[in-house]
Design a binder for this molecule. Structure first.
Ligand SMILES: NC(=O)c1ccc[n+]([C@@H]2O[C@H](COP(=O)([O-])OP(=O)(O)OC[C@H]3O[C@@H](n4cnc5c(N)ncnc54)[C@H](O)[C@@H]3O)[C@@H](O)[C@H]2O)c1
Ligand SMILES: N[C@@H](CCO)C(=O)O
Ligand code: NA
Length: 432
C-alpha cells in the first residue's frame, strides 16, 4: 500500500481529536483509503494531556511541519487568520496538500488560498469548516452536482443552537449556557464569533460559494446574532406555533443571491425547528432532487475530527490524480452574480412592541403597517403588568420587502405609545 505522510499543526480540541481518532482507527482508515496513512510530524506549542503523542516527532514551531520534506498533507488546526494563513500559504508553496477546519480562514482568504493551490496543483480541503461532523461540503459539491440549488437554510453554529435550546427547554440564562458550551469545546476561541453570528456567516459564505459559484465574500453576508433574543420572544414564538432558530440562508433569486444569517421563526413542525443542542442541520433545496437535509453534530473534538479525517482520506486518494474536485463552485462564470442587499430581501416578520395600554393604540399601529403595505397575519396582546401600564404586543406579518419593514419600524418607534425599540425577528416557512 502506498504510504501518505500527515503533519498535524495544532493540538487543541480538534487537533487532539484528530490525532486520537486517526491513531485509534488507523488500520481501518488506511484500508478504506487504499493508502497507508501515517502521522509523521506534529506541531504543537505544548503537549495536550488528551493525546498520547510520546514517540511522535513533535515540534514546538508549527512551521517545522510545513517545511518537513516528508510531510505530504498538512492539517491546519491552529485556528485564527494570521499565522494560519501564512502556514497554509507556505504549505502550498512547498507543494503540500492542506486539510483545515478553519472557516474564518477560508471565508476571508479562501479566494487567495485556492488560487495559490490551483497554481501549484495541490488541494485544500475544508469539510470540517462547515457544520463540524456533517459531510455537507461533500454532499453539495459531489452528491448534488446535478442540481441548481434553489436555496439552502441551515443551523450552522452548534454553540448558538445549544444556547437557544437550553433557553427554550430549561429556561436557562444565556451566559450560563455559553460558559458550558465553552467548557465542552464547542465555542470559538472568541465566543462572540458564535453568539454574534460571525462564525455562522463564515460558514454561509463557504456554502453560498459552493452552491452558486460566486467568489467567497464574507463582507456581503447580512449578519445578526442571537444576543438580542429574550426568554419572552422564545415563549411568544412558541404560542404562535414557531421555534426561534439561528439560520444561515442562501437563496438564488432572479436578480442575484441572498446571503443572510439571523434568528428566524421556523414553523414548529419543520425538521429544522426540531434540531436541538449542539446538533446542526442544513436543508438544501435542489431543482432536481427537491429538499434534502444533512443533520449531525456541528462541533466537538471527535465529531469534527471525523470530517478532518474524511478530507485526509480524500486527498490521500487523489495524491496522484489529475482531476480533483474543484475547491469551490462546481461551475465557474458566476463571478459577477450580484449579492442582494438586505433591503431587497422579502420575508415575513415577528414583531414585538411594548405599548401603552390605552384606546386607539392598536389602530394606529395597524395603520402604520397598512400604509407600508404590510399585512398582519396574527396578533397576541398580553395582559398589562400590575406594576406597569404597558403591554407587550406581538405581531406576525405576511411577506414584505425588508426596506418597507425598516420604514414601518422607524415610524412605529416614533410613536409616543410605543416604548423603546421594536424587536424584529424574520420568519421563514421553509416549504420550498
Ligand atoms: N471546536 C470545534 O468544535 C470546532 C469545530 C469545527 C471547526 N473548528 C475549527 O478548528 C480550529 C481549531 O479549533 P479548536 O476548537 O481545536 O481550537 P483550540 O483553541 O482548542 O486549539 C487550537 C490549538 O492551536 C494551538 N495554536 C494556536 N496558534 C498556534 C501556533 N502559532 N503555533 C502552535 N500552536 C498554536 C493552540 O495552543 C491550541 O492548542 C479552528 O479554526 C476552529 O474554528 C473547531
Ligand atoms: N464554534 C463552532 C464550532 C464548529 O464550527 C460552533 O459552535 O458551531
Ligand atoms: Na462538514
Amino acid at each position: 500500500m502506498k504510504r501518505v505522510n500527515i503533519g498535524i499543526c495544532g493540538l487543541g480540541t480538534v487537533g487532539s481529536g484528530t490525532f486520537n481518532v486517526l491513531t485509534r482507527n488507523q488500520e481501518t482508515i488506511s484500508r478504506r483509503a487504499g493508502r497507508d496513512i501515517q502521522i509523521t510530524h506534529i506541531g504543537a506549542r505544548r503537549d495536550n494531556p488528551a493525546s498520547h503523542t510520546a514517540g511522535y516527532n513533535v515540534s514546538r514551531d508549527v512551521f517545522d511541519v510545513v517545511r518537513d520534506p516528508e510531510v505530504q498533507i498538512v492539517v491546519e488546526l491552529i485556528g485564527g487568520t494570521s499565522v494560519a494563513k501564512d502556514l497554509v500559504l507556505e504549505a502550498i508553496a512547498n507543494g503540500k496538500h492542506v486539510v483545515t477546519a478553519n472557516k474564518a480562514l477560508i471565508a476571508l482568504h479562501g479566494n487567495e488560498i485556492f488560487q495559490a493551490a490551483e497554481a501549484k496543483g495541490v488541494t485544500v480541503a475544508f469539510e470540517a469548516a462547515v457544520a463540524g461532523g456533517i459531510p455537507v461540503i461533500k454532499a453539495l459539491r459531489e452528491g448534488l452536482v446535478a442540481n441548481e440549488v434553489n436555496w439552502l437554510a441551515g443551523i450552522i453554529n452548534g454553540t448558538g443552537n445549544f444556547i437557544l435550546t437550553e433557553m427554550r427547554e430549561k429556561g436557562r440564562a444565556f451566559l450560563d449556557v455559553l460558559a458550558e458550551a465553552q467548557e465542552l469545546g464547542y465555542a470559538e476561541a472568541d465566543p462572540t464569533f458564535d453568539v454574534e453570528g460571525i462564525d455562522a456567516a463564515h460558514k454561509l459564505t463557504i456554502l453560498a460559494s459552493i452552491a452558486y459559484g460566486v467568489p467567497l465574500q464574507f463582507e456581503s453576508v447580512y449578519t445578526e446574532g442571537i444576543t438580542q433574543i429574550t426568554q419572552d420572544d422564545v415563549q411568544y414564538a412558541e404560542e404562535l406555533g414557531y421555534r426561534i432558530k439561528h439560520l444561515g440562508i442562501a437563496k438564488r433569486g432572479q436578480d442575484g443571491v441572498e446571503m443572510r444569517v439571523h434568528p428566524t421563526l421556523v414553523p414548529e413542525q419543520r425538521l429544522l425547528a426540531n434540531v436541538n443542542g449542539v446538533l446542526n442541520a442544513i436543508l438544501v433545496h435542489g431543482d432536481a432532487v427537491g429538499p434534502t437535509m444533512y443533520y449531525g453534530p456541528g462541533a466537538g473534538a471527535e465529531a469534527t475530527a471525523s470530517s478532518v479525517i474524511a478530507d485526509i482520506v480524500d486527498v490521500a486518494r487523489e495524491v496522484d490524480l489529475a482531476h480533483p474536485v474543484p475547491h469551490l463552485g462546481y461551475h465557474r462564470g458566476a463571478e459577477g452574480l450580484k449579492v442582494l442587499p438586505m433591503a431587497e430581501v422579502v420575508t415575513s416578520y415577528y414583531l414585538r412592541l411594548q405599548v401603552t395600554d390605552e384606546v386607539g393604540v392598536m389602530a394606529r399601529i395597524a395603520n402604520i403597517l397598512s400604509d407600508n403595505e404590510i399585512n398582519i397575519e396574527a396578533i397576541i396582546q398580553k395582559e398589562p403588568q400590575p406594576s406597569d401600564d404597558t403591554v407587550p404586543l406581538i405581531l406576525l406579518t405576511q411577506r414584505v420587502q425588508e426596506q418597507k419593514m425598516n420604514k414601518a419600524i422607524t415610524e412605529l418607534e416614533g410613536q409616543t405609545s410605543v416604548i423603546g425599540k421594536v424587536t424584529r425577528i424574520r420568519v421563514e416557512q421553509l416549504d420550498g
